[in-house]
Ligand binder design. Structure first.
Ligand code: FE2
Ligand code: FE2
Length: 431
């Protein structure tokens, strides 16, 4: 063990001894056995929930502090610190990675953090008379989080040879979880004083279950975002234009979804698909993709296969496959004259109809070697002309309104400048 770690642990044990002695001298002689036993058993079982249900469900949420907040209100500071010291022993940690110094550090750390938080509760309770100890519990939670995390940060810092994260970074990471921990603590205390103790346990399990669902959802969203990012990189390695195009289309899709009043979750699915909607072009030959002249009939036919290829490439990825119809049908026309299946009207998924409008907007405004970017007026006219044939009338109208409201003015200007750079020519705009 490193010398500085030894010194730190000695200081920490002295702090524990002083806190123990102070709290013991000031504790009430009456031991509330019933509440003491209840919180010890409840906290022990629920802090070990991860181990107990490890085979099927992962529990990401630490329930230590929320339960301790209720215990702090009910029990004397000395007894609640004992509860924290004993009941937070994690069986899985002992099994996997047991060392005496870690074990003793954790026990004493919980005693000191909980004891000081309980003292702050008693002091603030005299000053703040809010319902359900709303403010007192807030200061209590903050004290626990600060003391607990200073000690944990220091022990990690002194244990590791290289410590490449600052205390501020550590506290920001912890701080993100603090509001939910505090609110959960408030909720549990509310249940504890208003209902039977059985409901308290049920409340915790129910909350745990809800949080687990929430975290699983967040993880899934993160995973699918990472998959989309990886595909964007692959697309970029093949064809710069397609990657830039997909990202631009995704940004237009975001605006259009908002204009159409779609909910955040539905909009996000469409935006994610927009980011990789032309992934099928990975299967189209480089020669065709980089061609600067008009394509032959056969070449066009090969390009048209990209929406089906995209669907096939992604269909085995479970996190994405719910929304793949958006990619498969993004070249369908409202009147049924599109591809690959020629479906029409509302048979085409909403996401695909939105994507079709944004895709066309990018093609019109970005320009190709053989076609300069169109002016704002020309783009509006194109949408008007193709409403009801290529585009869904309602979505096309929403896009026209966005363009007329100057939402894309910077896009028009930027694209003309970029076009002139790309082809070293001065664009004469056709209108
Ligand atoms: Fe496409
Ligand atoms: Fe596209």
């Amino acid at each position: 063990m490193r010398l500085r770690l030894k010194l730190f642990l000695i200081i920490e044990y002295i702090t524990f001894a002083l806190s123990f002695s102070y709290l013991y001298q000031n504790h009430s002689q009456l031991i509330p056995w019933y509440d003491f036993a209840f919180f010890t058993i409840a906290l022990f079982i629920l802090s070990n929930l991860t181990t107990l249900v490890n085979k099927g469900i992962r529990v990401n949420t630490s329930l230590d502090l929320p339960i301790l907040l209720s215990a702090i209100v009910v029990l004397d500071p000395f007894w609640v610190a004992i509860v924290a010291m004993v009941a937070t022993i994690k069986i899985n940690k002992i099994k996997i990675d047991f060392t005496w110094h870690k074990f003793i550090f954790n026990r004493t750390m919980f005693f000191v953090a909980t004891g000081s938080a309980a003292l702050i509760f008693r002091i603030s309770q005299k000053h703040f008379n809010t319902p359900y100890y709303f403010l007192s519990l807030l200061f209590t939670a903050i004290t626990f989080i600060i003391v607990n995390n200073i000690l944990v940060y220091l022990v990690i810092k002194f244990e590791k040879k290289k410590n490449n994260f600052s205390f501020l970074q550590h506290m920001i990471k912890v701080g993100k979880k603090a509001p939910s921990t505090y609110l959960l603590g408030q909720f549990l205390y509310f249940v504890y004083i208003n209902f039977d103790k059985g409901f308290f346990i049920l409340g915790i399990i129910f909350t745990c279950f809800l949080l687990e669902l929430f975290y699983t959802h967040v993880q899934q969203v993160n995973h699918s975002t990472q998959i989309v990012k990886s595909f964007l990189k692959v697309i970029n390695s093949k064809d710069n234009y397609t990657e830039g195009h997909c990202q631009r289309v995704a940004s237009y899709t975001k605006l259009l979804c908002k204009k159409l009043g779609l909910g955040p979750s539905q909009a996000n699915c469409i935006i994610q698909m927009a980011k990789i909607h032309d992934v099928g072009k990975l299967n189209v030959s480089d020669e065709i993709l980089s061609s600067s002249s008009r394509l032959t009939k056969d070449q066009k036919e090969e390009v048209r296969m990209h929406s089906l290829y995209g669907y096939q490439i992604l269909q085995d990825i479970e996190l994405l496959n719910e929304n793949l119809d958006i990619i498969l049908y993004h070249h369908e026309y409202y009147d049924g004259s599109g591809y690959p299946e020629g479906i029409r009207g509302e048979e085409i998924p909403l996401g695909a109809r939105i994507l079709a409008v944004c895709d066309a907007f990018d093609v019109m405004t970005y320009g190709r070697a053989y076609q300069a970017p169109m002016t704002k007026e020309r783009v509006i006219q194109e949408f008007k002309d193709c409403t009801g044939t290529q585009f869904d009338p309602q979505i096309s109208q929403a896009m026209i309104e966005l363009i007329e409201a100057d939402s894309f003015n910077h896009i028009f200007a930027d694209n003309i400048a970029k076009y002139e750079q790309r082809y070293e020519t001065v664009v004469e705009l056709s209108s």
